[in-house]
Design a protein around this ligand. Structure first.
Ligand SMILES: Cc1ncc(COP(=O)(O)O)c(C=O)c1O
Length: 235
């Protein structure tokens, strides 16, 4: 719900309550998958859904975005009966977690100024988010629209009608820029005119260069569309 992948958007407080209420009535547990929650650019972290509904929510946290993805360490906070079953399921799937990486994380949290490190990440990602939004404002053709994330890693870009971002991807790669086509995030084959852009890894300079290359590819694609007609955005 918070700085979501791929949209970069955040579920509002009233909608959080509505989701919990609907699921409570239907006897359905909510999974709150929140790996980006600490990476807020506006100061205070967004209040977790679990904070107001501990019996209804299984909360998932991860050290992948604030320490190192390669450690493969995360955590779950769940109602006790669910926790017991999660432990059984984990044991049957993977026998045993790596004790070494968990102890490394435990030492890191106990001995290092990790909140300062998260703050440094927030500032770094905010600078990259700003670079991406400025570059999009500057370079994208009319009719394109995009989200303005308040945290996390992603911008969701939607192109004018008649362009298919999956079909366009090889041309983008030939121009040495890449994205994830929107269709990859839908079960029903929609999302064909959208794409996920990530600003977490490249420097602001590389982000500006990448957005510039991408908009050149998009402009070529729109010129093709105008000449030869629309590409179907759904299969
Ligand atoms: C929403 C969301 N949940 C979970 C994950 C996976 O995190 P982990 O590396 O802890 O498996 C990601 C990673 O991209 C993510 O975006």
């Amino acid at each position: 719900p918070t700085f979501q992948n791929p949209g970069g958007i955040t579920l509002t407080a009233p909608r959080r309550s509505e989701v919990i209420e609907l699921c409570r009535r239907a006897g359905v547990l909510v999974v709150e998958d929140n790996p980006y929650g600490l990476l807020s650019f506006t100061g205070e972290p967004v209040r977790a859904m679990r904070a107001d509904a501990a019996d209804d929510v299984v909360y998932l946290g991860s050290f992948s975005k604030t320490l190192a993805p390669g450690l493969r360490v995360g955590w779950a906070l769940a109602p006790p009966a669910v926790t017991a079953r999660l432990v059984l399921a984990a044991e049957s799937a993977i026998l045993s977690q790596s004790m070494f990486t968990q102890l490394a994380v435990e030492r890191y949290l106990a001995t290092q100024p990790w909140t300062e490190q998260v703050k440094a990440f927030r500032e770094m990602y905010q600078e990259r988010r700003d670079a991406m939004l400025d570059a999009l404002d500057e370079a994208m053709p009319a009719g394109a629209s995009w989200t303005r994330p308040d945290g996390g890693f992603f911008v969701w870009l939607t192109l004018p009608d008649g362009v298919n971002t999956k079909a366009m991807l090889p041309r983008a790669i030939a121009a040495r820029v890449a994205y994830v086509p929107g269709v990859g995030f839908y079960a029903d084959g929609s999302g064909g005119i959208s794409m996920r852009l990530s600003y977490c890894y490249p420097s602001p300079e590389r982000i500006r260069e990448g957005v510039g290359r991408l908009s050149a590819v998009v402009r070529d694609e729109l010129a093709l569309r105008d000449t030869f007609g629309s590409h179907p955005s759904r299969p």
